[in-house]
Design a protein around this ligand. Structure first.
Ligand SMILES: NC(=O)c1ccc[n+]([C@@H]2O[C@H](COP(=O)([O-])OP(=O)(O)OC[C@H]3O[C@@H](n4cnc5c(N)ncnc54)[C@H](OP(=O)(O)O)[C@@H]3O)[C@@H](O)[C@H]2O)c1
Length: 273
């Protein structure tokens, strides 16, 4: 069985592909910049990607406010050609039936024989991205509208390990998996932890949702996507996203990584998945 990994150059897809390959599975890695080119918006790239594929790690088109409309025709055709199991990357903050990624939960449930929705909390890797962005600790400033809300930040390697387990399980696992780290922390606490580890001060700059959305637009995001992202911070501020789940230990047989562990490994030269 060959597994198709979309978003294969990205934070989770690269790790999913690596883990599957390490366990001996055949993997086809695809994205717009991969050797097997795949663009959700370019139908000419779809058949070659999905040829002979039964299992799929699905990263929806990034920055698209209504991804289900883009993904639906691709999935329909792939299921007719033998696709059976899909591990869809969504988010703990998104419920089935909501707009945006929530419409994709419905789509995979309707279309695919073995649908699994992966709903991770916020990635710890957001803090250590070298790309300029409002959450990178390297910049000395973390900008949020989360107030004192807590988040069970999760390591991208743990998300990938759950995805790999889902794709390789002999029968279809539970269809809705909320994936979290070991503990829920505030953004203030993460900033303090980074300062303890590096000696570099980091400020948590608190904004309103509206101010944050305007900041995202100024950074180049489309207005509708900026509003969706800023609203996610509002959900955290209400402290409704702080529940820790046992998905990582249950599916991987080991504990989830702590924020401390992920930040520490980011400060060492080699990446650990
Ligand atoms: N960051 C968080 O805290 C967090 C938390 C929960 C859920 N999520 C969800 O995670 C998803 C992002 O996953 P990620 O972080 O693993 O990915 P990522 O690092 O953002 O990378 C995006 C991947 O998608 C590919 N891609 C972008 N546009 C594409 C297109 N039109 N067609 C085909 N491929 C395309 C990119 O490669 P190319 O550029 O080569 O095409 C890349 O491989 C989002 O849906 C987000 O909502 C994120």
């Amino acid at each position: 069985m060959t597994a198709l990994v979309t978003g294969a150059t990205g934070t989770t897809g690269s790790r999913v592909a690596e883990l599957l390959e390490r366990s001996g599975a055949a993997v086809r890695r695809v994205s717009r910049s991969s050797p097997v080119r795949f663009d959700w918006f370019d139908p000419a790239t779809h058949d070659a990607a999905f040829d002979g594929i039964e299992r799929l790690y699905l990263v929806a088109p990034i920055g698209e406010a209504r991804p289900a409309a883009v993904v639906a025709p691709v999935l329909d055709r792939a299921v007719r050609r033998g696709l059976r199991r899909v591990a869809l990357l969504s988010s703990s903050a998104v419920e089935r039936g909501e707009g945006g990624l929530g419409e994709l939960h419905d789509l995979v449930a309707r279309t695919v024989p073995e649908p699994v929705v992966l709903r991770p909390s916020w990635f710890t890797q957001n803090f250590v991205s070298r790309n300029p962005g409002v959450r990178s600790l390297w910049s000395g400033e973390v900008v949020t509208a989360t107030g004192d809300g807590r988040v069970p930040f999760v390591d991208a390697g743990d998300i990938a390990a759950v995805a790999a387990a889902v794709l390789q399980a002999p029968s279809a696992p539970e269809p809705d998996l909320v994936i979290t780290g070991l503990e829920a922390l505030t953004y203030d606490e993460v900033c303090r932890l980074w300062t303890e580890l590096t000696g570099d001060p980091v400020r948590h700059i608190r904004m309103t949702e509206q101010e944050l959305a305007a900041r995202f637009v100024a950074d180049g995001l489309p207005a509708d996507f900026a509003t969706v992202l800023a609203a996610l911070d509002g959900i955290v501020a209400a402290d409704t996203q702080s529940t820790v789940t046992a998905t990582v230990p249950e599916l991987t047989g080991r504990p989830a990584r702590t924020v401390h562990e992920t930040l520490t490994s980011a400060l060492t030269p080699q990446r650990s998945t």
